[in-house]
Design a protein around this ligand. Sequence first.
Ligand SMILES: Nc1nc2c(ncn2[C@@H]2O[C@H](COP(=O)(O)OP(=O)(O)OP(=O)(O)O)[C@@H](O)[C@H]2O)c(=O)[nH]1
Ligand SMILES: [Mg+2]
Length: 326
Amino acid sequence: MVATPIPSLDLVPDVLAGRPRAIARLISRIEAGPEGCRAALAEVYRHTGKAHVVGITGVPGSGKSTLVRALALAARAAEHKVGIVAVDPSSPFTGGSILGDRIRMLDLTGDPNIFIRSMATRGALGGLARASLDAVDVLDAAGYDLVLIETVGVGQDEVDVVRAAHTTVVVSAPGLGDDIQAIKAGILEIADIHVVSKSDRPDANKTIAELKLMLMLAAPSTTSDAWQVPVLATSAAQREGIGELLAMLVRHRAMLQTSGEWDRRRQRIAETRILKTAEDIIRSRFNRQRHQEVGRLVGHVTDRELDPYTAALALLTQLEGDSSDG
Ligand SMILES: Nc1nc2c(ncn2[C@@H]2O[C@H](COP(=O)(O)OP(=O)(O)OP(=O)(O)O)[C@@H](O)[C@H]2O)c(=O)[nH]1
Ligand SMILES: [Mg+2]
């Protein structure tokens, strides 16, 4: 007999009490797939909505992980409980720094008021956005009042994840090429706060000037009456600008709340959550279905008895009929 694992729902009281082991376990189950923990997640969700969720994005190597770590330490010193969800890119092109991230983040562990989790994909397509945002829920419900999500600013899924935050920070860095990388990545306009990291480097001033110029040119879409998107210079290496960034996050949250934008963002986030979860359910149903149904259709399409379009519709019709679980 194999020992039966604790049902996910039974982990929830310990999660709500902020016990790191239970939090880590529940997040591992979320990563493995939502099937076994839907009741637990529903219960967790009822206890969310208290944390300030901050998305931190930027191109690979822009200094996000280092910044997140410095920011977490500063927030910790200011009596915050800080949760960190680092979204490991599933793309084989950007997977190289994962180990480095884990090493750099090591010195934060052991502090019960900082919880760090790197989300890994299961090698399956998609699902990372859903799992990451579910993990944010767990940390929120567990009492982490500041939750930082690090994602690389490449790929729709990653961008959707940071947009499911109350405040979005876009990190640019000197020394990564001539252009402002955020423009190329298409993430310039999602920023509530711009950070130019590695300000200890001599070429940082050029990056700051270029970014400010770009923002001026783009002014109508990037500023509102209530909020002028600031450009902050930080150096995680020299511990400079980190306190200012933390203060700016607090200011942004206050602005959201006084302007009414907070509620609009919460609605936008709720919408993203529904859509990402639905996508995930459809994708996993589809993948299951594929194995059962697609083999039969492959034969017909190979033999030219069916065209791919008709076969695809047949597959989808079959999928719709199988909507009892997921
Ligand atoms: N000079 C200087 N270098 C920094 C600073 N912060 C980060 N770096 C360096 O920049 C490189 C990338 O830093 P990371 O924090 O891993 O960047 P990242 O954006 O998380 O990278 P990915 O996760 O791969 O996208 C590392 O070699 C860091 O040592 C800083 O404040 N000053
Ligand atoms: Mg990183």
